[in-house]
Design a protein around this ligand. Structure first.
Ligand SMILES: C[S@@+](CC[C@H](N)C(=O)[O-])C[C@H]1O[C@@H](n2cnc3c(N)ncnc32)[C@H](O)[C@@H]1O
Length: 290
């Protein structure tokens, strides 16, 4: 079955041509990125699904002693804070290190993750404000998380190798990555223009793991993004969701391109009980170091 209708194919072609004609596509500023990310996440049930899976399949099985966790591309720490809260009281000591190049997000991470010892758990959290370049951390992390950050790394395959290398024996690497679904079509085109290289989806990760010959498991979680406000031109929140989806400030793009983007998003969305949703599945890859 064809993935897109001929009408959708036409819109994608038109977006592709318009993006190729753009002189430059500015990435979201650090401030806009941090803001749009949280509006986007708050409009989706995906984070909840990922955390639920992580709790059942990984966090509940970690040792009760001392654990070190590395979160690569930790953002503002909204996700990591939930992980930490889940672990407090279950283990004696938690060392939690975030890596985040966006200074605003990193500062927020520090605030959120600053928890003194509670319920007999000693917490030591910190952040490195830098890009993950696979620097050597030693091999002592019990859990390494890459939650929707793999796309942004300069060399994704090197980063995966470095993340695997940072694990202690028995440690677990979790990579949360989007499959190449319709929601990502526009970001993919914009990204190629902004960064000069393609984005990275589940297939690319699978290929790299297979090439390395490492064992892994993968789970698909279905989720929905509530985009009802996106089709209300007066809604700032709707704009922010689209801007995160596109990875650029849409109102700075030429009007015909904005129109194509709206039309494409509308064509892939579904209406249920008066609300408009975009399917927003995600894949969780788990790899245990032997
Ligand atoms: C989609 S956000 C995910 C944030 C967080 N993990 C979450 O799930 O809420 C991706 C994060 O990766 C960060 N990032 C971008 N380039 C990076 C790099 N080279 N190394 C590490 N993180 C990076 C971004 O600044 C952003 O905070």
């Amino acid at each position: 079955m064809d993935r897109y209708t001929s009408e959708q194919e036409k819109i994608i072609d038109s977006i592709n041509r318009s993006v190729a004609d753009l002189e430059r596509v500015h990435a979201l500023s650090d401030e806009d990125y941090a803001h749009c990310l949280e509006i986007f996440e708050a409009s989706s049930d995906q984070r909840f699904g990922i955390l639920n899976w992580l709790e059942i399949n990984v966090l509940s099985q970690m040792s009760k002693g001392s654990n070190s966790i590395l979160s690569i591309g930790c953002g503002t720490g909204v996700f990591d804070e939930q992980v930490l809260q889940n672990l407090i009281g279950r283990m004696e000591q938690i060392k939690y290190l975030g890596i985040e190049p966006n200074k605003l997000e990193a500062a927020e991470f520090v605030k959120r993750m600053h928890v003194k010892g509670v319920e007999n758990t000693v917490v030591d959290s910190s952040v490195l404000v830098e890009k993950f370049r696979g620097r050597s951390f030693g091999k002592d992390f019990d859990l390494v998380l890459l939650v929707h950050s793999i796309y942004y790394l300069d060399d994704r395959n090197d980063a995966i190798d470095a993340a695997l290398d940072a694990l202690s024996p028995g440690g677990v690497l979790i990579i949360v990555v989007a499959p190449d679904e319709s929601l990502n079509v526009i970001a993919n085109l914009i990204w190629q223009r902004q960064m000069g290289h393609k984005s990275f989806f589940s297939d690319d990760l699978r290929l790299h793991f297979d090439t390395l010959g490492v064992e892994y498991s993968e789970t698909r979680i279905s989720a929905n993004l509530n985009v009802t406000n996106c089709f209300n031109v007066l809604s700032r929140e709707g704009r922010d969701i689209i801007d995160f989806t596109v990875q650029a400030r849409t109102d700075l793009l030429p009007e015909p391109l904005q129109k194509d983007i709206f039309e494409f998003l509308l064509s892939i969305s579904k209406v249920e009980a008066g609300k408009t949703y975009l399917p927003h599945p995600v894949d969780i890859f788990r790899c245990r170091k032997v």
